[in-house]
Design a protein around this ligand. Sequence first.
Ligand SMILES: Nc1ncnc2c1ncn2[C@@H]1O[C@H](COP(=O)(O)OP(=O)(O)OP(=O)(O)O)[C@@H](O)[C@H]1O
Ligand SMILES: [Mg+2]
Ligand SMILES: [Zn+2]
Length: 272
Amino acid sequence: MTLVNGLKPDSQSQHELAYICTECGTVVEPLLVEFPPRFGGSRYVQRRCQCTLQKNIDAIERAKNFERNQRYERYFSFSTLGKRFNSKSFENFNASAKTSAAVKKAKQFVNKTLNATTDEERAQGLILIGPVGTGKSHLAAATFNALKESKACIFVNVPELLERIRASYSSKSNESEEDIINAVKRCDVLILDDFGAERHKGDDDWATEKLFTIIDFRYRNMRPIFGTTNCTPDSLEDKIGPRIMSRLREICDLTPCLGEDYRSRQAFERRA
Ligand SMILES: Nc1ncnc2c1ncn2[C@@H]1O[C@H](COP(=O)(O)OP(=O)(O)OP(=O)(O)O)[C@@H](O)[C@H]1O
Ligand SMILES: [Mg+2]
Ligand SMILES: [Zn+2]
């Protein structure tokens, strides 16, 4: 009988097959396996040490992480968080009564994205709705920053995303429309900042069609969207059309983020 991968052939003797692992010193006892009589009946089978098995598992895990990180880096190259929003977190957000619902929902979104066990849970998104300067983009950036280590996450400003797709049509562009659309369709979490700030020309214009392609794909494949907008749901619907809005209403929790304009308050305090 030949040796397979360094293991001794099966035997009737338990003693013969027990060995001390040269790596970790553990005594590795063989396993008694019940084979049917036509396969020789029960006998002892030598086992690999747990430490060897663990090394194999670790190697597979490292290879998986490597692949995942490569994939994430590709997605990150689509993110346009910008210098101002790189450092935003839930810790440096001063919540008020008018923003507390938005903060709570954004934190819940982070938690369920990290811990969801069902597709339904994973698919549930959020749209923060409110006037200028109430901290919607801050909370969206805080969400991105909380998820970016463990999820393929894209943060993109909607007018910039559309601009980027348009720019990809130029022969000088080094990215294709397909690259951009695939990334925003397939990433684990898509954060669309400033929804409704893009220009639409009627129901069947170019911008509506692009947004529909992206949002419908994510809707069908149960991938979450986190959005921010200055529009009310009705005025957003007027812009992006009923087909997109109906999907967003189904998969996103429309949450108000109200209060005063933090930008003017900061400017006022700086002058005071
Ligand atoms: N509650 C807050 N605590 C700390 N910083 C805040 C808070 N609200 C807003 N800011 C800061 O004020 C600035 C404006 O906020 P942000 O850009 O998030 O507003 P917005 O709701 O997205 O506005 P817009 O609708 O105009 O896009 C940012 O620098 C942000 O970090
Ligand atoms: Mg904003
Ligand atoms: Zn060992």
